[in-house]
Design a protein around this ligand. Structure first.
Ligand SMILES: Cc1cc2nc3c(=O)[nH]c(=O)nc-3n(C[C@H](O)[C@H](O)[C@H](O)COP(=O)(O)OP(=O)(O)OC[C@H]3O[C@@H](n4cnc5c(N)ncnc54)[C@H](O)[C@@H]3O)c2cc1C
Length: 417
């Protein structure tokens, strides 16, 4: 591999990086390289041994490793190169990448374009500030997933899970199947933080107790966790005095949110969206720095890997176009999050071509109408922050907004007849 003549460099070899690299190659970029700090391609999918992946992309029900394998094979077949065990430590706005690995030591490359695909990380105890002692036995749900599914360790015998994100609910089922007693899943909100399918298949089907509007207010134990104090919360998420009780357990798993990994993006001078925590991107997935594109969880946290692949293909194709000297469509229309819309990706569009919008609402609501400016409206029975909304808009529909500079997207309560 000639590192001094790279068309597209992709940082991260999860489903986002793989999809982007394959598409870049298919779109005409000659030299495409993926840089990955782990020892293998595939990202987090290796530890997701349950099924439910690929229902939309392949129209099949695959496990995480099976889904990853399809992309890894295709990457090999299309001639994508990879630098494994290579940690990218810096990117400049001029698209210089600095990295280190055991074989070459310090590596510096200047690709024609870059795709950011570093994924996200989990929020840990420090991010939510639970008072109490600091015993062992407190893990993020993803760490426990890796212990069980990759390294073959069971983290404990009696577990409490704080947060009902998808990883937390999936781990509740996984640990139950391994003979661990899951005492409770606690969620501070009045509804679960993950997909409805996971609430049904991982909690209800296994009779795992779910306590909504509850949180952990105390940690007990010196060497190893011995118990947690839990309490009901009021409408301001403040623990209600007198509702506290202790649950004996040796393990507490935290499933309290994911944060896009954007330290490198910041070094490159990429503008970040305060709400998503990821880069502001246009419909081609170009960031605010020309020639730097982004896809997958680094842009915004996805609940379905299939959408990670679809979105990152756009980033890969655009990165190849940029590297080959073709112009990237200028974006002129800003998409603004209105009533009950937390964010919209992409944040800007050209209005010249059909586009798929990804959105999350701020609050759960029933019987609503999603309104995308005067482009389209859609009646929805229920919306939930944890279920991403995906809406395709055609080129024809976008003709209605010719000359417009901003489109507001809102999700309003529907009048019931
Ligand atoms: C802990 C955890 C568990 C999850 N479990 C599930 C699940 O069970 N089911 C489900 O549907 N979804 C799950 N997800 C969501 C899942 O991660 C996404 O759907 C998908 O993996 C996102 O793809 P990605 O390529 O954007 O990120 P990732 O799969 O996270 O890939 C990012 C890659 O970038 C690499 N990287 C990051 N920084 C650098 C750097 N500086 N240099 C080099 N390489 C770097 C990482 O090593 C990683 O391989 C989980 C997410 C997390 C965080």
């Amino acid at each position: 591999m000639n590192l001094q003549d790279i068309d597209v460099a992709v940082i991260g070899a999860g489903p986002a990086g793989l999809a982007a690299a394959i598409k870049a190659k298919e779109s005409g970029a000659d030299n495409v390289v993926i840089m990955e700090r782990a020892e293998q391609l595939g990202g987090l999918l290796h530890q997701c041994v349950h099924n439910g992946f690929g229902l939309f992309y392949f129209n099949e029900d695959l496990t995480g490793p099976e889904y990853a394998h399809r992309f890894i094979e295709k990457a090999m077949d299309t001639g994508v190169e990879s630098l494994l065990e290579t940690m990218v430590t810096g990117i400049t706005p001029e698209r210089q990448i600095k990295a280190v690995n055991r074989e070459s030591g310090y590596v510096s490359i200047n690709p024609r374009s870059i795709v950011l695909a570093m994924g996200c990380r989990e929020r840990a105890r420090g991010a939510i500030g639970i008072p109490g002692t600091r015993p062992s036995g407190i893990f993020t749900a993803g760490t426990a997933q890796r212990f069980v599914n990759v390294e073959g360790y069971i983290p404990g015998k009696k577990v409490v899970i704080l947060g009902s994100g998808d990883i937390g609910m999936i781990m509740a089922r996984r640990l139950t199947l391994e003979g661990v007693k899951v005492e409770a899943v606690l969620e501070i909100l009045p509804y679960t933080g993950g997909l409805i399918r996971n609430e049904v298949q991982c909690l209800h089907d296994f009779d795992i107790p779910l306590f909504l509007k509850h949180t952990v207010t105390g940690i007990h134990g010196e060497q190893r966790l011995e118990a947690v104090t839990v309490a009901r919360v009021d409408d301001n998420n403040t623990p209600v005095a007198g509702t506290e009780r202790d649950i004996e357990c040796d393990t507490l798993l935290l499933s309290v949110g994911l944060i896009p990994e954007n330290e490198l993006s910041q070094m490159a001078g990429v503008q970040l969206d305060k709400v998503t925590g990821g880069p502001v991107v246009d419909e081609s997935r170009q960031t605010s720095v020309p020639g730097i594109f982004a896809g997958g969880n680094v842009v915004h946290v996805h609940d379905l890997v299939d959408n990670v692949s679809f979105e990152s293909e756009l980033a890969g194709e655009s990165a190849a176009r940029f590297a080959c000297g073709f112009p990237v469509a200028e974006t002129k229309i800003k998409l603004k999050a209105g009533n009950n819309i937390r964010y919209v990706v992409p944040q800007t569009i050209s209005g010249l071509d059909g586009v798929t919008l990804y959105m999350r609402v701020s609050n759960m609501e029933e019987n609503v109408r999603l309104r995308i400016g005067n482009v389209l409206t859609r009646a929805l029975r229920v919306v939930k922050p944890s279920e991403m909304l995906k809406v395709e808009i055609s080129k024809e529909q976008l003709k209605k907004v010719e000359g417009v500079k901003e489109i507001t997207i809102s999700c309003d309560k529907r009048e019931q007849k």
